[in-house]
Design a protein around this ligand. Sequence first.
Ligand code: ZN
Length: 139
Amino acid sequence: MAEKKKMKGSMITEFYKSLAKGKIYGVQCSKCGFFDFPPKTACKECGYHDMKLRKISGDGELLFFSSGNLPPKKFAKYHPYAYGAVELKEGPTFFTQIEGLDVSSVKRIQEQNEKMPMKVKAKVKKMAGMNIVIFRVVK
Ligand SMILES: [Zn+2]
């Protein structure tokens, strides 16, 4: 969430406004076509400062997860929850909360991790007064 403070500009404002409506955008570099998520104002690939908002498909694959043992203070009341790495269909890997997994024991977490990658779908969830992009397991 430290990232949120660094983000500036109308494109980022638009990203958060859209989240409130349940729409999830990434950004694409208008020079080299590199796709990034969450949106950044500059291209990680070529450094160009013209990133255009592009709606993401919401499809991704969960690579691994844990029970998020050290949640940021404002998310502590939601603990325990699954926290994992999702590779978006568009390319970028994003770390976030995952719904639909059993985090009741270390054994269960290990068993589910053996089944990776798992298909997941993006959704917007209101947590701690913010709209957060999370993923849920597609059954
Ligand atoms: Zn670029």
